[in-house]
Design a binder for this molecule. Sequence first.
Ligand SMILES: *[C@@H]1O[C@H](CO)[C@@H](O)[C@H](O)[C@H]1NC(C)=O
Ligand SMILES: *[C@@H]1O[C@H](CO)[C@@H](O)[C@H](O)[C@H]1NC(C)=O
Length: 341
Amino acid sequence: MLRALLLLGGLAPALPAGPHWAYEGPHGQQHWPEGHPACGGRAQSPIDIRTQWAQPDPSLPPIRPVGQPGTPAFTLSNNGHTAVLALPPSLRLQGLPRSFAAAQLHFHWGRPGHAGGAEHLLDGHRAPAEMHVVHYDAERYTNASEAQHHAGGLAVLGVLLEVGADPHPTYDNILSHLGSIRYAGQTTAIPSFSVQDLLPPRLDLYYRYNGSLTTPPCFQSVLWTLFQQPVRISLAQLEQLQGTLYTTTAAEPEPQRLVDNFRVPQELNQRLVLSSFPRGPEGYSTGEVIAIIFGTISSCLGLFLAIHFVAKRMRARRAQDQDVVFKASSHRTHSDDGPRP
Ligand SMILES: *[C@@H]1O[C@H](CO)[C@@H](O)[C@H](O)[C@H]1NC(C)=O
Ligand SMILES: *[C@@H]1O[C@H](CO)[C@@H](O)[C@H](O)[C@H]1NC(C)=O
């Protein structure tokens, strides 16, 4: 993904420099740490978010995109790994620890006919695709290339894309131009539009954790925000994303489709995942609900049996005591005729 950072700011050639990498094969993801040591780190992205383990933090404010594009056109490129839309730094994010400026957005997807292509998972579920909107800390750094080397230098918004009945009109602003960037290295200008309309409606519901770029060089400098709500695009729109681009240049003799550009989930290690919202009853899975009901029934049963046996034993002892008292008093009536105190 963020090789595309090399594009930022300037209109440098769309093809990234540096060691070749891919998702599968001899340069596939299990080999990334060989040329890019950070990819073997302990705070990598993406992750599988176990929603019931996320820690609610009511102090996390809603994400607020502000600012206007201020330009009539955006640049859309195929960098051989994804489709990248360069964004102007006039688009800013509020609701984060510092002021962050937009750099670019790009996508991760699967292949036609397959369900999964997103990078972040929610309770093991992989959505069909995911969009990342990359921002950099504009208070401390001049651009994203510089910020990506520093902890907390980048803030990425993750949006899960699911399939719904209707096409999403804002996504058409990008998807309808993919035919102009079929091959790696191609670039096209598209009319600018309201980038914020690509986000889900509820910008106050999200997961937050510290992680990394999900592609080499995998720098661990990203403050992640994954929105809880997905955005729905039509099946035809998803198929445009899955089926239009090539990872090869126009000059290469054997075109390779650009598909399955997602990284497997990484170990959480000691990291905390926060949620901006309280854990609701919907936070429990069916299995947990069954476990809770079963656990409650068996402890009630245990308690009932314990009470039953204790009561039985007490009754038995009381009967025995009464027996002794009766015998003692009958003995007393016969043998102790002296005056009482
Ligand atoms: C980013 O900023 C650094 C430091 O100011 C500068 O050296 C570099 O050329 C900039 N990179 C881009 C892509 O603009
Ligand atoms: C992320 O790291 C920063 C320090 O770089 C820390 O202040 C913050 O609490 C961390 N956030 C989470 C969600 O762990």
